[in-house]
Design a protein around this ligand. Structure first.
Ligand SMILES: CC(C)(COP(=O)(O)OP(=O)(O)OC[C@H]1O[C@@H](n2cnc3c(N)ncnc32)[C@H](O)[C@@H]1OP(=O)(O)O)[C@@H](O)C(=O)NCCC(=O)NCCS
Length: 218
């Protein structure tokens, strides 16, 4: 475990998987982000926290979006979260966020994600999670990363199943999702497990594959 880390710069946070490129979302992404979030509102709403009525929707208001970008930059600079847009063939298709980074004796973080429904079923999220896990364990020196899922979210459970994450059980009424305190299944990986499985994860999700096997945008 390294005890001294260089503070991250947002501009250097470009991560790559086999097909996905991850980077923090910036002011210039407003049109693309707004379009994909608005088009997918019904797809995402059942699985996300309810936005309080007094908070402006950043998908419809540029200044609220810019404020969101600034807030997320501060999180990166304070080492409390690492949010990424997911880009495939230069197009924004979703987000994967390493949130709630806690240092001290815990050294942990929580991953959350979503994808444009048009791009669902390509395994882009599992690949993006593998990229973030590698960053979390090999660059940020975290010891544990978790993903928490509402049990009836079958699509998200398939993601952690494909990645082979360990289920640690149910946390009752754990997170507010769409206005309800929902139970969540907690899935996790530790740095020890990452070291054991690194080669397998890299060959399945991170390294280049033969050209004819790669998925592209629909
Ligand atoms: C959960 C989610 C991120 C999975 O992303 P993904 O990149 O599509 O994941 P996968 O490609 O591995 O697909 C997972 C499963 O989704 C289902 N699926 C695939 N395409 C789909 C589509 N167009 N519509 C609905 N479900 C679909 C399939 O059952 C698939 O399992 P399979 O590969 O064994 O057939 C995505 O469904 C999503 O954004 N859902 C809404 C937001 C959400 O649930 N976020 C996670 C909160 S924990």
């Amino acid at each position: 475990m390294s005890l001294r880390r260089t503070p991250p710069r947002t501009s250097s946070l470009h991560l790559s998987g086999r097909r996905v490129m991850l980077r923090p979302i910036g002011d210039n992404d407003f049109s693309a982000w707004s379009e994909v979030r608005r088009r997918n509102a019904d797809w995402l709403e059942p699985w996300e926290p309810l936005r309080p009525p007094y908070v402006t929707d950043p998908a419809v208001d540029r200044s609220a979006f810019v404020a969101r970008c600034r807030a997320r930059e501060r999180e990166i600079l304070s080492d409390s979260a690492y949010p990424f847009g997911i880009f495939v063939e230069h197009r924004l298709v979703g987000e994967v966020n390493l949130n709630n980074v806690v240092r001290g004796a815990l050294q942990t973080g929580t991953i959350g994600y979503w994808i444009d429904r048009r791009q669902a079923g390509n395994g882009f999220i599992a690949e993006s999670v593998a990229v973030v896990l590698r960053h979390a364990f090999e660059r940020l020196d975290l010891h544990r990363v978790e993903i928490c899922i509402v049990p009836r979210n079958a699509n998200s459970r398939r993601v952690v199943e494909k990645l082979g994450l360990r289920c640690e059980g149910t946390a009752e009424r754990y997170l507010q999702i769409n206005g309800v305190w929902e139970d969540h299944l907690r899935f996790a990986m530790t740095a020890e497990e990452w070291r054991e499985r690194r080669a397998e994860m890299a060959s399945r999700w991170l390294e280049a594959e033969p050209p004819d096997a790669s998925a592209s945008l629909k």
